[in-house]
Design a protein around this ligand. Sequence first.
Ligand SMILES: *Cc1c(COP(=O)(O)O)cnc(C)c1O
Length: 227
Amino acid sequence: MTSPQNTVAQFFLIRDRIAQSHKLFQPGTSLPTLIVVSKQFDATAIRPVLEAGHRCFGENRVQEAQGKWPELKKLFPDISLHLIGPLQTNKVKDAVAIFDVIETVDRPKLAKSLAEEMHKQGKSLPCFIQVNTGEEPQKAGISPSETEAFIHYCREDLHLPIVGLMCIPPVDDEPAPHFALLRTLAEKTGLKELSMGMSADYEIAVALGATYVRVGSAIFGDRNVYT
Ligand SMILES: *Cc1c(COP(=O)(O)O)cnc(C)c1O
């Protein structure tokens, strides 16, 4: 973990780099939103970024988010918390209660469960469809060829508020073709938001039209235990 000063310095640096890439490659569009990925970092590490004025964060586990965000949300009520990790249907209730955006809608059963739970809680959380752009068997996500039909199901049958697509390219691939594919799929289906790009490739993602980038280790330093 880096020092609080360093975390904030890195945060501003990443924000500047996003702005530069955006200005160069996507002028005239709105500036992408930085999702500061705080998984495995506690409230003490996160606070300096909140105090610097940032409000958009990402977590990949429901239980971990429950441990740190309720307190922080009391102090900073305008936080927008994105779920960026896999969601089990038995955690949907808790996820809908604590998160503001769900980025990992990746199967019909989960989509249905989310729609029902949002209805119960009187909420309408913006959702992203996770697309398995690399068609990796072990990875979550809808395959590109099935994305259009799945979006249609989510919207027409479930009335789920789908706003965009997200992807995590295969680790050993050039990310650019995956980002370009995600963008093409979004254009075809009339979706506006694209969540793509992490610490290693967020500038490329911005150049290719990301509206959200998810950056963790470049801000907080390495996570040691697991990823
Ligand atoms: C951890 C994670 C990130 C952030 O990764 P970094 O390489 O630390 O920036 C982004 N997206 C998802 C889905 C993640 O799980």
